[in-house]
Write a protein that binds this ligand. Structure first.
Ligand SMILES: [Zn+2]
Length: 252
């Protein structure tokens, strides 16, 4: 069965914004892979970067296991993601390991520069991973195709100017919300961190708010919104419509 890759900047980005859609795709037999650019090294008030990374990678792997997905850590460092040669090679390595039919990633416009850099790196890798002469410094096999590429919605559902992103479709994840919650609950360390740093004591409810707001756009309880990348090379038809039928609604 074809492979699907959700590539987020930090552990829990995927769970917030695309885990419901991944659960639906896993139910239909697709092989799901979840990758994170960083190990979330700064996300705890008391643990050292090495200690919190070990904990967060374990949490991310446990979350992936909920839907039978494979977890990949790309090797980056929290709050230091940048569009440079080392990061380009890290991301292409993961793309070549998976050779996905569909890629989901952070949106190009979001509140955190780390998210925007990750988006650009994944977008670039989705294009260049198939180029045989692009050398990542270790043996690897070029990907066999341009994947379908989708960006999930921004945190708080707006860009840095407070404007909604131009979503192209949304997936009804109402039936998958229990699974999405189970995956997010694996990230226990982030509930501790955000309560300390952002005064958030409603981590799970915050995720449900995002899904509820996107759900209102298509008249269902919970949804996940996406922008499809439709530039040169990548396929432009909406394959989520083909796979998920009426659960995926166009917004443009
Ligand atoms: Zn993040």
């Amino acid at each position: 069965m074809d492979r699907i890759l959700a590539f987020g900047c930090h552990p829990d980005d995927v769970e917030f914004m695309v885990a419901g859609t991944l659960a639906l795709l896993a139910d239909r037999g697709y092989e799901i892979h979840i990758a994170t650019m960083t190990g979330g090294e700064v996300g705890h008030p008391t643990l050292s970067p090495q200690q919190i990374r070990a904990r967060r990678l374990a949490e991310a792997a446990a979350s992936a296991a909920v839907i039978g997905a494979t977890y990949h850590y790309a090797g980056g460092y929290d709050l230091e993601v940048q569009y440079d040669d080392a990061y380009r090679k890290r991301v292409v390595r993961v793309l070549r390991e998976v050779d996905p039919l569909i890629v989901f990633t952070n949106p190009p416009m979001d509140y955190l520069a780390d998210h925007e850099e990750a988006s650009r790196l994944v977008r670039n890798a989705a294009y260049i991973a198939s180029v045989p002469n692009y050398d990542i410094g270790e043996p690897s096999t070029p990907t066999t195709r341009f994947p379908y590429l989708y960006y999930w919605n921004a945190s708080s559902l707006t860009d840095i100017f407070g404007r909604p992103l131009p979503l192209s479709c949304a997936v009804d994840i109402t039936s998958a919300m229990p699974t999405k919650l189970e995956m997010l609950k694996c990230h226990q360390s982030q509930q501790e961190w955000l309560a300390y740093h952002n005064d958030w004591n409603d981590y799970l409810e915050n995720m449900q708010w995002h899904s509820r707001e996107d759900g209102r756009k298509i008249g269902v309880e919970y949804a996940e919104g996406f922008i499809q990348h439709r530039s040169t090379g990548h396929p432009k038809d909406n394959i989520l419509n083909s796979i998920l039928g009426g659960l995926c609604r166009d917004l443009t």
